[in-house]
Write a protein that binds this ligand. Structure first.
Ligand code: GDP
Ligand code: MG
Length: 312
């Protein structure tokens, strides 16, 4: 494994692809080897892209990759689709993107369709980001579908979160409901070539004014037509401004601290849940289950007893 990671570090694309598959499968030898390099991992900037399905996230991400690449960056894109039924498979559009950049060692595109067997979506995406960092990619773009919890997940994964909306499907109302605005550092109205873009912009401005005062950053609203490359440099410019804002106000460290804290907590929860199913704890859990099934204890009482008995 150490040899594999040395090759990743040496920017071997095949080794990187293989290590990502192993990490996704929760391979403990790989993850241990990665952890052994933890202190020396580079800290590339991470850009999240989220929004409803069909908003044009992939199209925009692809355009951003092209622009970053032209600017001399070595850039990676991870597309995570928690709604996708297949594991490890890539959607057609993603395959096309893989193809576009196939001959370019300075661009790496990867789809992650599975939730990861050992841990949540966020956990395996974090590992993927670490491996890409090891391979020298900077920045790393992470695209996720903004459904349910995932936009919150991505907000903590990324230094800057770009929320992509479109006038096509009455997204602004939806966005407010899902709390997607709270996650946004940059707002993109994509498909600005379609009717309703101005209306959506007004709605978003209004919503931003109602938003709880943050750390002094108001998300800029960028209009784009990703298919025509319009608004791509403006999006990139807004991302850079947000990053500069984080640096200038010394927020970057806090962003990373919060991320580490949440990652630690998530891994602790997973670890505890796993150890509950084995060894001495398993017997305690079995007894708790019996008393709940016999009706002598409520589930809450049983858990309280279990936690006491385990000394937690
Ligand atoms: N009219 C128009 N169509 C777009 C634009 N951007 C993307 N699309 C189209 O919208 C569809 C969904 O795009 P995709 O990038 O796959 O969306 P994602 O699900 O958010 O990743 C595709 O058919 C794109 O060609 C745009 O700016 N204007
Ligand atoms: Mg997509």
């Amino acid at each position: 494994m150490d040899d594999l990671l040395r090759r990743v570090q040496g920017r071997d694309t095949r080794a990187l692809a293989r290590s990502l598959s192993l990490a996704e499968a929760g391979d403990s030898a790989l993850l241990d080897a990665l952890d052994a390099r933890y202190a020396a991992l580079p800290q590339p900037s991470r850009i999240g892209l989220t929004g409803p399905p069909g908003a044009g996230k992939s199209t925009l991400a692809n355009a951003l990759v092209r622009e970053l690449r032209a600017g001399g960056h070595r850039v990676a894109l991870v597309a995570v689709d928690p709604t996708s039924p297949f594991s490890g498979g890539a959607l057609l559009g993603d395959r096309l993107r893989l193809f576009e950049h196939a001959m370019d060692d300075e661009v790496f595109v990867r789809s992650m369709a599975s939730r990861g067997q050992f841990g949540g979506l966020a956990a395996s995406t974090e590992d993927a980001c670490d491996l890409l960092a090891l391979a020298g990619f900077d920045p790393i773009l992470v695209e996720t579908v903004g459904v349910g919890q995932s936009e919150v997940d991505i907000a903590r994964l990324a230094d800057t979160t770009v929320v992509v909306l479109t006038p096509a499907s009455g997204d602004s109302v939806q966005a407010l409901k899902a709390g997607i605005l709270e996650a946004a550092d940059v707002l993109v109205i994509n498909k600005a070539d379609m009717e309703g873009a101005q209306r959506l912009k007004e709605d978003l401005k209004e919503a931003l004014e109602l938003r709880a005062p943050g750390k002094g950053w108001t998300p800029p609203i960028v209009e784009s037509v990703a298919t025509a490359g319009r608004g791509v440099s403006e999006t990139l410019e807004s991302i850079r401004s947000h990053r500069q804002f984080l640096v200038d106000n010394k927020w970057m460290d806090e962003v990373r601290r919060t991320r580490l804290e949440q990652r630690l907590f998530e891994l602790a929860q997973q670890g505890l849940a796993r150890s509950l199913k084995s060894g001495a704890a398993a017997a305690v859990l079995a007894r708790a289950r019996q008393s709940v099934q016999a009706g002598t204890k409520s589930p809450r009482q049983a858990v309280k007893g279990l936690i006491m008995e385990l000394g937690l």
